[in-house]
Ligand binder design. Sequence first.
Ligand code: NAP
Ligand code: SF4
Length: 674
Amino acid sequence: MTQYPHLLAPLDLGFTTLKNRVLMGSMHTGLEETKDWNRVAAFYAARARGGVALMVTGGMAPNPEGGVFPGAAGLYTDDDIANHRIVTQRVHDAGGKIAMQILHAGRYAYSPGCVAPSAIKSPISPFAPKELDEDGIEKQISDMVTAAVRARQAGYDGVEVMGSEGYFLNQFLVTHTNKRTDRWGGSYENRMRLPVEVVRRVRAAVGPDFIVIYRLSMIDLVPNGSTWAEVVQLARAIEAAGATILNTGIGWHEARIPTIATSVPRRAFAWVTQKLMGAVTIPVITSNRINTPAVAESVLAERCADMVSMARPFLADPDFVAKAQAGKAAEIAPCIACNQACLDHTFGGKLSSCLVNPRACHETELTIIPADTQKAVAVVGAGPAGLSAALTAAERGHAVTIFDKSGELGGQLNMAKQIPGKEEFWGLVDYYSTMVAKAGITLRLGAPATPEMLADFDEIIIATGVAPRDPGIPGQDGPNVLSYIDVLRGKAKVGKTVAIVGAGGIGFDVAGYLVTDDSPTENLPEWLQEWGVGDPEKVRGGLRNEGPQPDAPVRAVTLLQRKSEKLGKRLGKTTGWIHRAGLQMKNVQMIGGVNYEKIDAAGLHISYGDAREKPKVIVADTIVLCAGQVPERSLADVLIAAGRQVHVIGGADVAAELDAKRAIDQGTRLAATI
Ligand code: NAP
Ligand code: SF4
């Protein structure tokens, strides 16, 4: 008997059956733009082998003006069909099903040629769109229908018409972006005409036995968004127009409310989708922050939806469904919703991958194959770099021993998991513990490794991490000064007013930790109130009239840095704004461009500029040092001096801007070669 009876139940669509209730949601990985179709096929085939019922590709533009950026992948011509057929064939050979997403970006297109219902620039693009005339609208419909027909010719099992997240079709629906006075604007019947017409004509063109998913925005989270009555009206019209399945979208891209970041509670929006259940007869899919089989099962068991969509969890582990089926959920590499290697890469113009799985989108290039000779491998350091190296080496057949002076696995991950909004790190540490035990890796924890202990190993991997940088501020040895380690290890008492020296990732994390007592990520009603999300049946677009209402901060915190740039500028591309907004809601003062003069009982003395002018005291009970890190390589230095060959990885190699993504990638790649 499976633990996940709802998740693993088949879904009969009439003309075809999905083998379980899991959809791999669309992700823009950048793979299609590489034009290496073998690589694209390898990515999707791996997920098909892993048991997911249906996958949706990254968004494919129906025409150049609808592309997310110039040169975005699409099915522009009949010549593209052969390339896509490589993908669909490999997916079908692996026992999977795949639908192609038709994505018209409208005013979100990062291109001077973008088009929209009205000439209103979006806040997230520098380009004002051109307002379409009647012929222009007809061309867009016709191009989307042609893309669907080509998708069928390319062997796809269906298409997903992207109608949410504030893209083109969504832009017609709301007066926020549609100011037209013709038959495509004005009344709601007119504003919803385009999406309904697209689905109707797509269905007519592709025939009855082809999956047509429509992705509908459930809660826009922008001013003047759709009302709930409009959402239901549209859903029914889309069903009548011939859609097979309704997928859901949460929030427009320009919304200032996080919807998928790690600080968003798990299944945070399933209650919204649940409102639609019973209003239509076709299956409804829910999405957003569903990342374990247990969470997915609970959503389905509570009838919040007929299916779940997960996207990033399939970057983290292509075998998610197969492992759930086999009763091995603890072996699923968890998506921690960090965005660091997926969305941050996409928005930085880089190929996506995954922090916990560097093989994602690198399936053909980073291969883990059995080693020719089994070796005794010592890994010193049980942080992300060491653990990923150890697991990869063990997978290849080496006999691995992990040494760590601490008594637990995880290294700095154990500090990250203390931060409110970073609770997912608990799951990552648990996953590593499970996999280390399963791999039969020998553990020697609780005492520092010495050169003598390492004498008999064939390979030595040094992953000893980092030590806090000494900022050298006069008075920093005083009783009112702590390092971030003292704070996050929970041992030190912190006063009510705090100054934080250093505003990197850790400075921001420590500030968040110090102003919050109970994490709203663990409490959905509190989180919704904090960010101002309301019931869309009561407030248009799901925006509460009173706006965000966070709990009062539990401490008064000032965050400082020497650089004069905006604080948090170097945080993650897609999550930095959330960290900044979260701290601003808690009245954290952010000050840049300072010199640290000294610390005394009054607090932190600063001045400004090269002339060290405008001296000031930041009055604080406690000063916390978060001034970055330096490599901890004392053991590596001793071994090298003794003539031993060692591999140094992670923070011990380069501490600057170290994060778990770089550490895990480096550890995996090294162990794939030794
Ligand atoms: P960091 O990001 O390098 O930031 C160090 C901070 O200390 C900066 O604000 C820097 O600003 C300041 N600083 C540097 N040298 C200093 C000195 N001599 N005296 C005083 N201040 C000094 O390092 P971190 O905050 O320790 O974080 C380490 C890494 O962990 C980060 O690079 C990050 O990738 C990762 N991390 C990421 C996240 C995330 O949310 N993605 C969260 C936590 C940690 P000034 O030089 O301008 O003063
Ligand atoms: Fe999830 Fe982070 Fe991997 Fe993206 S990079 S898939 S958010 S774990």
